[in-house]
Design a protein around this ligand. Structure first.
Ligand code: TYM
Length: 329
């Protein structure tokens, strides 16, 4: 039996090259060697208020971007989290074995909570729902960017705690980070990770940005006071531009050094912009085709949910049995 891969993206904000290089690119590569489930996590998105109509259209946009990036829906299940009730059912059961202290320590919780006037309970429970997404399908491998590594550690802690209280139930999921591109930084603020929700038009390159916008954003990216690329003294802005180039092209380190050492920043930026455009233009073309086909996306999402529902139901049933809850059989 093939090992199972699970991963997800929140349908909030605009998907950017960080999401692509940190997660989607790896998914596309891995999908044929594993049984894969790729999820649009709408229940996670609502931990911060989303205007309902925007959320509805974002769910479809993200699904179309998964497919445009190269996810093959015949082979991989593409589904929406709220279409499978097991995610929230299991989340409650896991909440009951998770100490609050573990959740209060999460860096993403602390950062998001600091930005809100009132902190919803959903924000604190966010990582438990994420653990539930993964454990519900007994996933072996979870390909994500570096910012999700702490949530994955927590997922393993929750699984271990459950297993030791109630007996072996959950598979221990493994985190899979890309070798390059696990943490793409903001173009304007290279000390902060590129984020879907960060304000500022120069922060992130969205996967659906037209070529002239990509060029403008990259040409304006923050660098440092060196005149040209120097691998031993470069600052975070230049390091980030090189990481973007390397993650797209997959050039080995030696080739990167030989090509870029001594290159002026203007030329570096031009080359980075062209590589980004070269890779996202075909994706944008496929996105247009997918979104023009009436009913296609809806069919993919329906089929994806139907395919995974039996796995979810059997895990929920098993967990209920283990905990002594009421079960059908
Ligand atoms: P989300 O929607 O913020 O991001 C989706 C994926 O993109 C990666 N990523 C990045 N990678 C590199 N550089 C960046 N600047 C960057 N920004 C984001 C993320 O690591 C992620 O892989 N909590 C998750 C969604 C989720 C999930 C799950 C993921 C919910 N349940 C179960 C895996 C398994 C999130 O908010 O991702």
């Amino acid at each position: 039996m093939k090992a199972r891969v699970f991963s997800g993206v929140q349908p909030s904000g605009n998907l950017h090259i960080g999401n692509y290089l940190g997660a989607l690119k790896n998914w596309v590569k891995m999908q044929h060697n594993y049984e894969s489930i790729f999820c649009i996590v709408d229940l996670h998105a609502i931990t911060v208020y989303q205007p309902p109509d925007e959320l509805r259209s974002k769910i479809k946009e993200i699904a179309a971007l998964f497919l445009a990036a190269g996810i093959d829906p015949k082979h991989s299940s593409v589904m929406v989290q709220s279409a499978v009730p097991g995610h929230t059912e299991l989340a409650w059961m896991l909440t009951c074995v998770t100490p609050v202290g573990w959740l209060e320590r999460m860096t993403q919780y602390k950062a998001k909570a600091a930005a809100q006037e009132t902190v919803g309970d959903g924000l604190l429970q966010y990582p438990v729902l994420m653990a539930s997404d993964i454990l519900l399908y007994q996933a072996n491998i979870v390909p994500v960017g570096d910012d999700q590594a702490q949530h994955l550690e927590l997922t393993r802690d929750i699984a271990q705690r459950f297993n030791s209280l109630y007996g072996e139930t959950f598979v221990m999921p493994e985190t899979k980070l890309p070798a390059v591109g696990a943490r793409i930084m903001g173009l304007d603020e290279p000390e902060k990770k590129m984020s879907k929700s960060a304000p500022g038009s120069g922060h992130a390159v969205a996967l659906l940005d037209p070529p002239d916008v990509v060029r403008k954003k990259i040409m304006r990216a923050t660098t440092d006071s060196n005149p040209a690329v120097d691998f031993s003294t470069m600052g975070p802005g230049v390091r980030n531009l090189l990481a973007i180039f390397q993650a797209f092209t997959e050039w080995p380190d030696e080739k990167m050094r030989a090509h870029f050492t001594g290159m002026r920043y203007g030329d570096l930026k031009k080359q980075v912009a062209e590589v980004v455009i070269e890779h996202i233009e075909p994706l944008q073309k496929r996105y247009q085709e997918i979104t023009c086909e009436p009913g296609y996306l809806e069919g993919v999402l329906r089929e994806g949910a139907e395919r995974v529902r039996p796995i979810a139901e059997s895990t929920v049933e098993l967990v209920k049995q283990r905990m002594g809850l009421y079960t059908r059989s």
